[in-house]
Design a protein. Structure first.
Length: 420
């Protein structure tokens, strides 16, 4: 059969207008639209529309595959003698269905990238590739169900069950379910990218069932042996996948700082920002150089090896260290208070929960010596709404009345006590 005839005669043709409109409407209507402050980061841009496209694509694939299979069964195709294998017959019949499903997945992120003016990267495409593979697996499952049940029953039942099973796995209490559903469960943040461990379970879980069903079709095996072999393959694959993800939390394994970083030099210190915001790098370098000089002059020398922007860290927030300061350089340069942001990092309070009063006292002194008291006052007005733990201004006045060496000693001691 010619490809043109195959596509014209497939139910995928009349289903295409509605099927393609559904994921596009979710993108255009808001829920699948990426945030405006995405900095052109392709993985973040594509993750939003993809998350809503997965359930629809899988549901349409399963339903149409069952319908195609039922049509072939009603036509008595499986009772005829064929020179072609049944696998080839099934693959040819499913080609338009899988093509439609792939278009449902590809179209929304492609439109999103075009609108944002960004190019696709592997980190942005890898969840899409996973979805395309899972579409093939759902086609196999739907086709098999269509051989057993009437198509008018199998198609709508599979459409509903598949959509519900995929769309609502993120709401169940068991974390492992969202990692095997076939739908990558997170909208990514800037700098985040999926790891291999976050992707393979989606393919393996559904794929184990699909491969088991393919084994059951084997003309070499008797029906009983085929069913037994299919069960072994499916159970082994599903169990192995579950064992691989059972210790995952609600968030899949991600890596951060998955962007190209550009660095400048403030003396011996490297100052690094993502290339998407690196136009502000000279401002960040100048701010770092100024703050380090101010601390040196105040008798508290600081020599970090790197000052790195926190923007690409995503939802993960590793603490700063003495050698690596993590500073919100992109945000701070946008507010024109990068010097204050670096000064806060220079207080060297890298514990998770520093003493709130001592932390404020140290920051107030750091703001004074770096000339960023206005930024400190703005920050304090925000955090003091929750209640001030003490007289920061009084402590600062007393400290500033001391000789410079005593001020430096007080600052070092206070920063250490805050994390004691």
């Amino acid at each position: 059969m010619k490809l043109t005839t195959l596509y014209r005669s497939s139910p995928a043709l009349w289903a295409a207008p509605v099927a393609l409109a559904l994921p596009l409407l979710y993108y255009l209507g808001g829920p699948g639209h990426p945030p405006s402050d995405n900095y052109g980061y392709a993985p973040e841009i594509t993750s939003y529309p993809l998350r809503f496209a997965y359930p629809f694509a899988y549901a349409v694939t399963s339903a149409l595959a069952a319908w195609v299979s039922g049509t072939l069964r009603q036509a008595g195709v499986w009772d005829m003698n064929h020179a072609r294998s049944r696998y080839r017959i099934a693959a040819q019949a499913l080609l338009p269905v899988v093509t439609l499903a792939w278009l449902m997945l590809i179209l929304p992120p492609a439109v999103a990238l075009a609108v944002e003016g960004s190019r696709p990267t592997w980190d942005s495409v890898s969840p899409l590739v996973v979805g395309m593979i899972v579409c093939v697996e759902h086609a196999v499952i739907g086709f098999t169900v269509g051989r057993w049940l009437p198509k008018v029953i199998a198609a709508p039942v599979l459409a509903v069950l598949t959509w519900v099973a995929v769309a609502f796995t993120v709401t169940v209490d068991a974390p492992w379910a969202r990692h095997v559903s076939g739908a990558f469960p997170e909208e990514l943040m800037f700098g985040e990218a999926p790891t291999w461990g976050a992707l393979w379970p989606h393919v393996a879980f559904t794929g184990s069932i699909a491969v088991g069903l393919i084994v059951a079709w084997s003309p070499v095996l008797r029906p009983t042996a085929g069913a037994a072999a299919a069960l072994v393959v499916a159970v082994a694959g599903v169990t192995s996948t579950y064992e691989g993800v059972k210790d995952y939390g609600y968030t899949p394994p991600l890596r951060n700082y998955a962007v190209t970083m550009k660095c400048g030099h403030a003396g011996r210190t490297d100052v690094c920002m993502p290339e998407q915001t690196a136009e502000a790098l000279p401002q960040a370098v100048a701010a770092t150089r100024t703050v380090l000089a101010d601390f040196e002059h105040a008798g508290v020398p600081r020599h970090p090896a790197t000052v790195v922007d926190t923007l690409p860290e995503g939802r993960f927030s590793p603490s700063s260290t003495t050698s690596t300061w993590r500073v919100s350089l992109t945000v701070a340069t946008g507010r024109h208070d990068a010097e204050f942001a670096v000064a806060v990092a220079a207080t060297d309070m890298n514990c998770a929960r520093p003493d709130p009063l001592l932390r404020r006292e140290a920051i107030a002194w750091a703001a004074h010596i770096t000339g960023t008291t206005r930024s400190w006052e703005q920050l304090r007005n925000i955090i003091d709404r929750q209640g001030s733990p003490g007289d920061v201004d009084g402590v600062l006045r007393r400290v500033l009345s001391r000789p410079p060496k005593e001020q430096a000693a007080w600052f070092v001691s206070t920063s250490r006590k805050a994390c004691a």
